[in-house]
Design a protein around this ligand. Structure first.
Ligand SMILES: Nc1ncnc2c1ncn2[C@@H]1O[C@H](COP(=O)(O)OP(=O)(O)OP(=O)(O)O)[C@@H](O)[C@H]1O
Length: 324
């Protein structure tokens, strides 16, 4: 459904000189500098996939999404969305896709949600039966009823976001791009949005590309992860494979029959030793949890043990910080 080949985008950024003379020079002879935002990335997305597109601030996520939706023209490389080049076939492409930019509204500020949706129906030429079916589903799944007749400017952020998301799905698009769809939402509204996305994907096989800084969105909604850093795609794979690739560290808590003070192990480092419980950090590629428990129980009677899987949020933070 989406083919991205060698995609590259650079912006031209005006450099500002200091002082009054600098300001005058800027007017007469501005200096421009290249800013590479996306550097030759490649990926394909199949129908029905839910892909999390993540990366630190300024890494090139929004720039990529803008090229996929036809808002920006690539400086080099190729994008095909449903067989169309988005920046050349903007209108045709727009009929097949839905878009939510969390920071911007696509609804009409002074119109009630009801009227905005009617306008979308007209713009996208949605047949009555499909519109009514979609609308009823969204009203139910996103609890739109309580503010359906309220003008957008009077809505809270959470209410507006739910309406924005509904608007993006009204014309049954085959692909939906969501840029920070849960930004500023409370935990209940976040959960509502996530289960809505899962439900629509399951029922209609809608392809969803989601950029977010909320790792719960990624864990709960996405099957696949694309990670970009400084414009370079650094990971493309299933969530499990991300954990396997970056999640080499494991923590095991072993409970002994009685306390073992000053205990040392050659196969890992002791994080804590309180009461009769010892917490050990180890590298799974060097030693298995079974081996640790076997070795320990040979020396001291073991009562219980608990193995912690690495948290995806922790792993992603490590990658962003360059520690992994
Ligand atoms: N219109 C623009 N003109 C010049 N530079 C830009 C423009 N838009 C983005 N950039 C730069 O391109 C780089 C990538 O920006 P982009 O908005 O794609 O990042 P992002 O991953 O979406 O960031 P965030 O998570 O903060 O939203 C950044 O260094 C940014 O400063």
């Amino acid at each position: 459904m989406i083919q991205v080949e060698n995609l590259y985008k650079k912006y031209y950024v005006k450099q500002y000189r200091q002082g009054l003379m600098g300001g005058i020079k800027d007017l007469i002879k501005p200096v421009w500098q290249d800013k590479e935002a996306v550097k030759h990335i490649n990926f394909n997305i199949e129908k029905g996939e839910v892909v999390g597109y993540i990366g630190p601030n300024g890494s090139g996520k929004s720039t990529t999404i803008k090229m996929l939706t036809g808002i920006l023209t690539p400086s080099d490389g190729k994008v095909l969305v449903n067989g169309l080049e988005p920046y050349k076939d903007r209108k045709k492409n727009a009929m097949n896709i839905g878009v939510v930019f969390g920071q911007r509204t696509q609804l009409w500020w002074d119109l009630a949600i009801r009227e905005s949706f009617e306008l979308f129906k007209y713009i996208y030429r949605v047949p009555d039966s499909i519109f009514n079916e979609n609308l009823n589903k969204m009203i139910e799944l996103l609890s739109l009823n309580e503010f359906y007749s309220t003008p957008v400017r009077q809505l809270s952020l959470g209410q507006r976001m739910r309406a924005e998301i509904a608007a993006a799905f009204l014309h049954s698009p085959s692909i939906v791009f969501l840029d920070e769809p849960t930004i500023g939402l409370d935990v209940v509204a976040k959960e509502q949005v996530r289960s809505f996305l899962r439900e629509v994907n399951k029922e209609k096989e809608t392809t969803i590309i989601l950029t977010t800084h909320d790792m719960d969105d990624i864990e709960q909604v996405c099957d696949r992860l694309l990670m970009i850093n400084q414009g370079v795609l650094i990971f493309d794979g299933q969530m499990k494979s991300f954990i396997d690739t970056y999640g080499n560290e494991r923590i095991i808590t072993v409970q002994f029959e009685k306390p073992i003070p000053n205990v040392q192990f050659e196969f890992g480092s002791v994080l804590s030793n309180e009461g009769n419980k010892v917490k050990i950090l180890f590298q799974k590629e060097h030693v298995s949890a079974t081996k640790i428990v076997q070795e320990l129980s040979r020396k001291f009677p073991v009562v219980d043990c608990h193995l912690e899987e690495p948290k995806i949020e922790h792993l992603i933070r490590q990658v962003y910080e360059g520690r992994s």
